[in-house]
Design a binder for this molecule. Structure first.
Ligand code: BG6
Ligand code: MG
Length: 218
């Protein structure tokens, strides 16, 4: 039995931040003169900030100069940071600390594998940073999910083989990334959306200790 590594996405897996990303993108769309819906926001999950803005501008049929594009990226992030300024433990998704604690007690290496450039401050705000042996985020990788770079780097930093890693993801792009890294992919959220995952759960309350032990002993 090889040593296993557990990799967690951040937004939508550990903490409920998708709604704040949504508010910030909606504000920008409204400013540019159009609507942005929750359904459209689904396309933004797991996707880099740059790619999100490209999609947002496509939706509004807006052509931007490089300067405008960069300004809007900065503005969106300033608004997002304002929305999450008071983020605290109450926004941790159900049973996440329980799973992290169980892994820690069993000396299983834990990594963050997130597209966000705001990952570290968010983990600090919700007081979960100490669980992570390594953080791989939007600042550490060049290629965004669905490219597997973020998870491959996390495995490398944990010193665990890719095939021995388990990935928890709420985004289609993230499940694709985990699958192409040949890792065990676990979808957290809507099974219909995340049907490419090897295992599906609505949230961590559905994940039993027995199932985690099974993953560790695979
Ligand atoms: C992902 C989110 O985790 O991070 C995306 O699911 C977001 O919606 C991406 O665009 C980048 O986040 P940030 O914080 O760097 O803008
Ligand atoms: Mg996510």
């Amino acid at each position: 039995m090889n040593r296993k590594g557990f990799i967690f996405d951040l937004d939508g897996v550990i903490v409920d931040t998708a709604k704040y990303h949504f508010l910030a993108w909606k504000k920008l769309a409204n400013q540019l003169g159009y609507e942005f819906t929750k359904e459209q926001n689904e396309l933004f999950k797991g996707v880099s900030r740059k790619r999100c803005l490209e999609i947002l501008l496509d939706i509004g049929n807006i052509e931007a100069t490089k300067e405008q594009f960069d300004t809007w990226m900065v503005e969106k992030n300033i608004d997002y940071l304002e929305y999450i300024e008071n983020l605290d433990e109450s926004e941790i998704l159900p049973d996440v600390p329980k799973v992290l604690q169980f892994l820690k007690e069993n000396n299983i290496p834990i990594a963050l594998g997130s597209a966000s450039k705001n990952a570290q401050p968010i983990l600090e705000k919700v007081k979960l940073l100490h669980y992570f042996d390594t953080i791989v985020d939007g600042n550490s990788v060049k290629k965004a999910k669905p490219n597997p770079e973020v998870f491959l780097l996390a495995a490398k930093q944990l010193g665990v083989k890719s095939k021995d890693c388990v990935v928890f993801e709420d985004a289609v792009a993230g499940i694709e990334a985990a699958n192409s890294a040949k890792m065990i992919s676990i979808g957290i959220g809507d099974k219909k959306v995340l049907h490419e995952a090897q295992f599906n759960f609505t949230d961590f309350t559905e994940i039993s200790t027995d199932f985690i032990i099974e993953l560790i002993n695979r």
